[in-house]
Design a protein around this ligand. Sequence first.
Ligand SMILES: [Zn+2]
Length: 173
Amino acid sequence: MSASMKAILHQILHYLVLFLSVYTLVHNVHCITEDITDYLLCRKCGHEIARGTDLTSMPSKLAHRQRNDTISGVKDVLIQLFQNPHGLYFEVVTTQEADVQPTGEYSNIQTWFLDYMWQLVACPRCGTHLGWLYSYVGLESQKPKSFIGLILQNLLEDIESQTIIHIPKTYGS
Ligand SMILES: [Zn+2]
């Protein structure tokens, strides 16, 4: 075997080992982060909007469709499909807490949750419309006073974002 052939083989072996170790590292980091509380991020700017563990189920009879899925490591999160008066469809998850900026007036027109008035909420960093703040105006004392409905299409899961940029967060700190 010539010296150049040996050098090439050595190079190939080198990259193979490098690839395998990086693959193992990334895979392990991914497995670890799945156990940690993950955030739902603004899809446009990456701002941390809500924690997966704050998501709650607020079933509505006005939903076109309901399904359950794992979101940010939380299993069986209720995801509801709603249609607005303009014919647009939104998949919505509900949460008790979110870092969002309420904007505009309160309204009870075409509310998707009976006895709740709504107000638009936006990302505090980039201003993207992320959903609605719902405030209870009914008489039942055991109902949640308020909650936030977030548009799933406008959010990004933390794990999803790590996959996109190919660099796990742990490496940066
Ligand atoms: Zn944003």
